[in-house]
Unconditional design. Structure first.
Length: 457
C-alpha cells in the first residue's frame, strides 16, 4: 500500500482532487505549490500539509524517510528545472504525472470521460450531478468546484467514475473510458501540439481508446476522424439542431435561465429547466444528459437533476446582482470560450452595455490567437485588458495584451494592471460586468464584488 502521496503543484484543480482522493483512501498526503490560494487553504483545513517554497529541504520527513512507500505525483505545468522534482528523480522515487495517476484510478471503474477544448468542466460536473442526484452515484474528478457539493471530488461505491479528460500535454490519452463525450476540438495548446491538425488527431486517438462495446457522444459538427473500437456506438448532440440528442422549444426566462424540451435518442422530455443561466449551458446540459441516459439514468431523473444544478465556480458565475449592476465571472481563456460567454450574456441582458475585463493566459496562446481574441472581445461594448498571465512560460518579445488591443475594431479598449481594476469599476459603474481569464484574475473577484456592494449598485 502507498503510505505517502506527495503532490508537486498540489493547488491545481486536478491535482487537488487527487490529493483529496488519496487522503480519503488513508494515505498521508502532503505537497508543494507555488503560491497559496483559496484551494490550498481548503486543503490545509482538511489536514493536508503544504509548503510554498521550491526547496528539497522542506520536503516532509515522512516522505524523505520512506521512499519505498511514497508516490510522487506532479503536474506537467511545473516549470523546467523544478528543484524538488529533480531531487525526487535523483533519489529513485516512484514518480508519475497527474494524468497517469488518474488513468490508474479510472482503470478499476466504469469510466465516463468528458473531453473538449471548451465546455468539459461544466458538462462533466453536470453529468456527475445527474448521477448523484438520481441515486445512481459516481466517483468524480472534476476540473472545477461544483457549487452543489462545494468540492472537485465526489466519492461513491458505484462503479461509475466521471473524469474530466484534459487535452493539455495529451493527458487524456491515459484514459480508456467505457463512454466518452467530446464537446469540441478547436485549436489550442499549440505550444504542445504545433498545429490544429495535431489537436484533432489527438482527439481522434482519444476516441479510439473507448472500450469495445462502449459509446461516444460527440457534438454535431466536430470534425475529427473516428476510428472506433468494435461495437462502439457513436451518437451526436447539439443545442438546437436535429440529431440523436438535442434541445428544442427554447424559452428564455428572467435572469437568463432557459426552459426547453429535451430529445433523448427519440424520447421527448418536456418542460426541462436548467438551474444555471446561459444558452451555452443548455448545450452542456444536452451532452451531459445524453451520457447519463445512455448509462441508465431515467429521463424523469435527468429532468429533475437539471433543475437542481447550481453550476461550477467561475463558469458564468454570478458574483453580484444588484438593481443597477450584474457581475459575472468566467474562466474563459480561449477565443471560442470568450465568444460563447459573451453571446450567452448578451441573450441574458439584451440591449444592455456589457463591460469585459480579460486577462490573457500564456504568451504562446496570446501569440497564436491574438486575431481570434480580438474578434471575440469586439463583441463587448467596453474592454479592459490586463497584462498576460505567464503561468509556466517566460515572456516572448513583442507578445502582450497590446497585440490583442491592436487588432480590435472596438475603440473603447484600455490596458490596466490588476491594481487599477477596482478603481476602474468604481469610476465606470458598469451595468453588466464580465471578468474573463484562467490566470490569477480570480483573485479580483472578491475585491470587485466588495466594491460593487459598497457602491450599492
Amino acid at each position: 500500500m502507498t503510505e505517502n502521496v506527495y503532490l508537486l503543484g498540489i493547488g491545481g484543480i486536478g491535482m487537488s482532487a487527487l490529493a483529496r482522493y488519496y487522503k480519503h483512501a488513508g494515505a498521508l498526503v502532503q505537497g508543494y505549490d507555488l503560491t497559496p490560494s483559496a484551494l490550498t487553504r481548503r486543503l490545509e483545513e482538511e489536514g493536508i500539509e503544504i509548503h510554498y517554497q521550491d526547496d528539497p529541504v522542506l520536503i516532509p520527513p515522512a516522505v524523505v524517510q520512506n521512499r519505498e512507500n511514497t508516490l510522487v505525483i506532479y503536474t506537467p505545468a511545473l516549470p523546467p528545472g523544478q528543484r524538488e522534482l529533480l531531487w525526487f528523480m535523483g533519489k529513485g522515487y516512484h514518480i508519475i504525472k497527474r494524468s497517469v495517476a488518474l488513468g490508474h484510478l479510472s482503470a478499476n471503474h466504469t469510466t465516463l470521460a468528458v473531453a473538449g477544448t471548451h465546455g468539459k468542466t461544466t458538462t462533466s460536473t453536470l453529468l456527475a450531478h445527474i448521477l448523484h442526484h438520481s441515486g445512481t452515484g459516481c466517483t468524480a474528478f472534476l476540473g472545477g468546484i461544483s457549487k452543489n457539493y462545494d468540492t472537485n471530488l465526489l466519492l461513491s461505491n458505484n462503479p461509475f467514475l466521471v473524469a474530466e479528460a484534459d487535452e493539455y500535454d495529451r493527458s487524456f490519452l491515459q484514459l480508456h473510458p467505457h463512454a466518452a463525450l467530446i464537446t469540441s476540438a478547436d485549436a489550442d495548446h499549440l505550444d504542445i501540439y504545433g498545429s490544429h491538425q495535431a489537436v484533432q488527431e489527438a482527439y481522434s486517438q482519444f476516441a479510439s481508446q473507448i472500450e469495445p462495446g462502449g459509446m461516444l457522444v460527440i457534438k454535431k459538427g466536430v470534425d475529427i476522424p473516428l476510428p472506433l473500437q468494435p461495437r462502439v456506438t457513436a451518437y451526436t448532440y447539439h443545442n438546437r439542431e436535429f440529431c440523436d440528442f438535442y434541445a428544442l422549444n427554447h424559452t428564455v426566462l428572467q435572469g437568463g435561465f432557459y426552459s426547453f424540451d429535451l430529445m433523448l435518442n427519440g424520447h421527448k422530455v418536456t418542460g426541462c429547466r436548467l438551474g444555471v443561466p446561459g444558452w451555452i449551458n443548455v448545450e452542456n446540459a444536452v451532452g451531459a444528459s445524453a451520457l447519463a441516459y445512455l448509462n441508465g439514468v431515467a429521463p424523469a431523473a435527468i429532468k429533475d437533476a437539471l433543475a437542481s444544478f447550481r453550476g461550477v465556480s467561475r463558469r458564468l458565475d454570478v458574483c453580484y446582482s444588484g438593481v443597477k449592476c450584474c457581475y459575472i465571472d468566467d474562466y474563459a481563456h480561449h477565443p471560442m470560450e470568450i465568444r460563447a460567454a459573451v453571446l450567452s450574456v448578451r441573450e441574458w441582458f439584451p440591449g444592455e452595455n456589457i463591460t469585459g475585463i480579460f486577462q490573457p493566459h500564456l504568451y504562446t496562446r496570446t501569440r497564436d490567437f491574438a486575431t481570434e481574441f480580438a474578434k471575440s472581445l469586439d463583441l463587448l461594448d467596453q474592454v479592459v485588458l490586463m497584462p498576460v498571465y505567464p503561468a509556466r512560460e517566460l515572456p516572448i518579445p513583442g507578445v502582450g495584451s497590446e497585440m490583442i488591443a491592436g487588432k480590435m475594431t472596438l475603440k473603447n479598449v484600455r490596458i490596466l494592471d490588476s491594481s487599477l481594476i477596482t478603481g476602474f469599476v468604481r469610476d465606470n459603474r458598469p451595468r453588466v460586468l464580465l471578468t474573463l481569464g484562467a490566470g490569477n484574475i480570480d483573485r479580483l473577484v472578491e475585491p470587485i464584488t466588495a466594491t460593487l456592494k459598497e457602491m450599492n449598485l
